[in-house]
Design a protein around this ligand. Structure first.
Ligand code: NAP
Length: 251
């Protein structure tokens, strides 16, 4: 029986995911997911603790199945899944601003290929990983799922005409995070009455590759709510959407 708690963080070779892996490594055996194994190995080497790079492309069912099998073979259970991997677009050009990209990708103009590619990673990828590892989460004394979502996916906020990011709400990234929130509710409802808790969080506008390092918060700030939700006790919530300093967010 593996003694340390075990966590899997997807898309953890850089950005917020890497920071989540770094902080969880103080207490957990961490499987550091990376679609490019070499990048994952380099990232794992930069951290302290029992950190194991694992090849995991969340859009590739064979990769997901192999990762789940490796975790079962090596440690036999999973205490925490952090669904962190995401992309913001596939067609942003060098020098593009968020506003220019948003203007090009309105509901009437965005290509369905772009929507499908974003949703494949951010929505179906997260659901596919959950489905593959849920049997391992059921083996843990207290399974936790943390879905790294975004405040820009809040349907309630974006229905308010004064919402600050309303102008960039489109069918791609923003709507994918609304869909991820819906998946979180579905997972939490499925897990009611079990030892597994499922919560979503928003990191806030964080300086990472996802936004061309335009974000204003540090990765430490961006990772903090996911790290907290990964470690909530049996009295902690399930089925919530929250931010480190803003508290509970509206779906
Ligand atoms: P990031 O630095 O771009 O990191 C994204 C990670 O996801 C990378 O490791 C990337 O791998 C990985 N990834 C992309 N597609 C993948 C796939 N098919 N399979 C596996 N991994 C894949 O972005 P970040 O800002 O840290 O984003 C982390 C999470 O925070 C995301 O869910 C994002 O939506 C959320 N978030 C970020 C902000 C922000 O302001 N940064 C705000 C709200 C929410 P590669 O290195 O191979 O590309």
């Amino acid at each position: 029986m593996h003694e340390k708690r075990v966590a899997l963080v997807t898309g953890a070779n850089q950005g917020i995911g890497l920071q989540i892996a770094k902080e969880l490594a103080a207490r957990f055996t961490v499987y550091l997911g990376s679609r490019d194994l070499a990048k994952g190995e380099a990232a794992a080497k930069s951290l302290t603790g029992d950190v194991r790079a694992i090849q995991l492309d969340v859009t590739d069912q064979a990769s997901i199945a192999a990762a789940a099998k490796r975790i079962r073979d090596e440690v036999g259970r999973l205490d925490v899944l952090v669904n962190n991997a995401a992309i913001s677009n596939t067609t942003m050009r060098e020098g593009d601003t968020v506003a220019a990209y948003a203007a090009r990708t309105r509901a009437s103009t965005i290509s369905l290929d772009e929507v499908r590619a974003i949703w494949e990673t951010n929505v179906f990828g997260a659901l596919a990983v959950y489905q593959a590892v849920v049997p391992l989460l059921r083996e843990a004394p207290e399974g936790r799922v943390v879905n790294v979502s975004s405040g820009v996916g809040s349907l309630t906020s974006n229905s308010d005409p004064s919402a600050p990011y309303r102008g960039i709400f489109g069918p791609g990234y923003s709507a994918s995070k609304a869909a991820m929130n819906a998946m979180s509710v579905a997972m939490a409802i499925e897990c009611e009455g079990t030892r597994i808790k499922v919560n979503a969080c928003s990191p806030g506008f964080t300086k990472t590759n996802l936004n061309g390092y335009q974000g204003t918060d540090t990765v430490e700030q961006g990772a903090s709510e996911a790290v907290r939700l990964a470690q909530i006790g049996p009295d902690g919530p399930s089925g919530t959407f929250s931010h480190a300093t803003l508290g509970i967010l509206p779906w």
